[in-house]
Design a protein around this ligand. Structure first.
Ligand code: ADP
Ligand code: GN1
Ligand code: MG
Length: 358
């Protein structure tokens, strides 16, 4: 069904032209012409309860706003502001499958995609690190789990095994080598979840989707202004947020680069991100967390790789694709990085030790 976005905007009392915006894989994002707002259609295949999702975002942004105000910052610029509909709601429900929300547009900012520089990585580390620190005393019990077991890597392995067995799209035979690699690596999949279960690693409120394009940077200074895309803020581990940026941030190529000779792990990029992140978080992270930072890069890259592979086997139902082999290209790309990261784990450890001064 064709949805008239202009009509949707009017529900929020906004009268403007509108066009597609951003490069996310999940929601559909649009930007109005004048005045500027971000309109998003929530992907209900991924987020089953949009109202609970918005309740999380309300609670998290209210909490962050207070911290920003206390630090003398501008909360309208440094976090998301949800715009209400004319009837005072956070969401406009068009029908069962189509829910829309509007955010204030945070202007004079830029998004960094594959054109990232080392400075961007440092700034992203500061941005995500500061976000983690701001949520350090957030009451986790009020948060809904918007995607259950989102970063539970062993359960992601189980989902992959199910996809291989069912082979709905008839693709398993053609990607045997990728499947073999994914299953070999499953040996390290439970490292973080096990330590969370034993209490060796604390559960924190984390962002859980720390792609570099989920930060808005100041258009002039390049410094991190706001952490956005808050749909997955849930109890998790700081290791998820640290590792997840690096699976793209420390790659010499885009996440979907199919020419694997171009896809290499960049130790300097790791160092710059780690410097920024630890500048903000070294006093709140425990030694056990700091010890696993290098491993988390490999873990989160592996996890995302198997999610892409699973989606490929399931017939591309989760991540938005722009070409038939998109998900398998993404999976192979991530697996190439996993190999590189495994080879560089000692070097990453040395970098972290140097940063924290031991
Ligand atoms: P997705 O869940 O699809 O990744 P995001 O919430 O990350 O969607 O939004 C996609 C892109 O839209 C971002 O990368 C950013 O460029 C832009 N964007 C999102 N929210 C805002 C905002 N409030 N102000 C300015 N730009 C935004
Ligand atoms: C999705 O929404 P977006 O594009 O920022 C995904 C992440 C993946 C990422 C891979 C809710 O992020 O978990 O790491 O794609 N988000 C969700 O690029 O599944
Ligand atoms: Mg995003």
């Amino acid at each position: 069904m064709e949805i008239n976005l202009h009509e949707i905007l009017l529900k929020f009392d906004i009268n403007s032209g509108i066009s597609n915006y951003g490069n996310g894989h999940i929601n559909s994002t649009y930007c109005t012409d004048m005045p500027k707002y971000i309109l998003q259609r929530i992907n209900t295949n991924v987020f089953k309860d949009p109202y609970k999702l918005m309740e999380n975002i309300d609670n998290v942004t209210k909490f962050i706003r207070k911290k920003i105000e206390a630090a003398g910052g501008d909360p309208d610029r440094e976090t998301l502001t949800v715009m209400k509909t004319k009837t005072g709601e956070d969401l406009y429900k068009f029908d069962e499958d189509n829910y829309f929300r509007v955010y204030k547009f945070i202007g004079d900012t830029k998004t960094v995609e594959d054109d990232k520089t080392y400075e961007d990585l440092f700034n992203a580390g500061v941005g995500f690190g500061r976000f983690q620190k701001m949520l350090d005393d957030f009451p986790a019990e009020i948060l809904h789990e918007t995607i259950v077991d989102f970063h539970h890597t062993p359960k992601r392995v189980e989902a992959l095994k199910k996809a291989i067995e069912e082979d709905i799209a008839g693709r398993a035979a053609s990607v045997k080598e990728d499947i073999d690699f994914a299953l070999e690596c499953a040996a390290f999949a439970d490292t973080v979840t096990n330590k969370i279960e034993t209490g060796e690693i604390p559960v924190r409120v984390t962002h859980n989707d720390t792609k570099i394009n989920n930060i808005l940077f100041d258009a002039v200074t390049g410094e991190a202004v706001a952490v956005i895309d808050l749909d997955t803020v849930m109890p998790g581990s700081a290791l998820y947020d640290f590792g997840d940026t690096l699976r793209m941030g420390a790659s010499t190529a885009a996440e979907d680069e199919a020419d694997l000779s171009k896809v290499n792990f960049d130790l300097k990029a790791f160092e710059m991100f780690a410097k920024g992140f630890l500048q903000e978080t070294k006093d709140i992270l425990t030694p056990a967390e700091i010890d696993l930072l290098p491993f988390s890069a490999k873990l989160l890259t592996y996890e995302c790789g198997i999610r892409f592979l699973t989606d490929y086997l399931n017939g591309d139902t989760y991540f938005r694709i722009h070409r038939p082999d998109h998900n398998i290209d993404r999976a192979r790309n991530q697996f190439k990085l996993v190999r590189d990261m495994a080879e560089n784990e000692d070097k990453m450890k040395a970098v972290v030790n140097e940063i924290i001064g031991c």
